[in-house]
Ligand binder design. Structure first.
Ligand code: ATP
Ligand code: MG
Length: 182
């Protein structure tokens, strides 16, 4: 898809903001200033990544909790153009010994038949797979009873516009005055 990443993200966040309201959870979203050029990104993959992470944050954050999402462009020399995403929740958290396993297919921290949360344990495995395909990165930090933070970086390609192009008019080769068509 070619367009503005931020205008693609807002409606997705909006859906979760409404769901959060129902649960009396606050979901804030802060998006940094992106350059005005259009961007090229795989919207299917971006949507699946964001919805899975937001769905988890909402599912594992009890009433009265907070979720915050920040999205910022980063240009680092040698690193190219990337987007940094941070999603923090004040939810139940994940124990240190469980943390290395959460990206494994079908892994769930609480697998007891009385577990309070639905799902099948494939969301984060899919997220990791999609991030690998996009050549991005994901890390997680968590503290039981305090909350969880996921940090992602994803490459973002910008479409060059006429503004980016060197002034070529002066260097266009023109036929010289003595050129003659015969
Ligand atoms: P599915 O995504 O298939 O509906 P799921 O949400 O249980 O099921 P994943 O999204 O893969 O599965 O997450 C794996 C496990 O990691 C979860 O079951 C949960 O134990 C833990 N987990 C993931 N995100 C969070 C979070 N934000 N806070 C606390 N625990 C989390
Ligand atoms: Mg999930």
């Amino acid at each position: 898809m070619q367009g503005e990443l931020t205008s693609f993200i807002y409606p997705i966040v909006d859906v979760f903001q409404r769901a959060a309201e129902q649960k009396h959870v606050t979901l804030t979203c802060i998006v940094g200033q992106f350059p005005p050029q259009p961007q090229v990104f795989d919207s299917d993959k971006w949507e699946k990544i964001l919805t899975n992470l937001l769905a988890n944050a909402l599912k594992f954050t009890p009433t009265g909790g907070q979720i915050s999402l920040t999205i910022n462009p980063v240009w680092e020399v040698g690193e190219g153009r990337r987007v940094q995403i941070q999603l923090t929740d004040s939810g139940i958290g994940i124990a240190p010994d469980q943390l290395p396993h959460i990206f494994n297919r079908f892994y769930q921290v609480d697998t007891s038949s009385t577990r309070a949360y639905g799902g099948t344990g494939i969301g984060l495995a899919l997220v990791k797979e999609l991030i690998d395909l996009l050549e991005g990165t994901i890390t997680v930090e968590s503290e039981p009873g305090v909350g969880t933070t996921f940090r992602l970086t994803l490459p973002l390609q910008f479409v060059s516009t006429s503004l980016d192009l060197p002034a070529i008019n002066d260097s266009v080769v023109k036929p010289s005055a003595d050129w003659e068509w015969s």
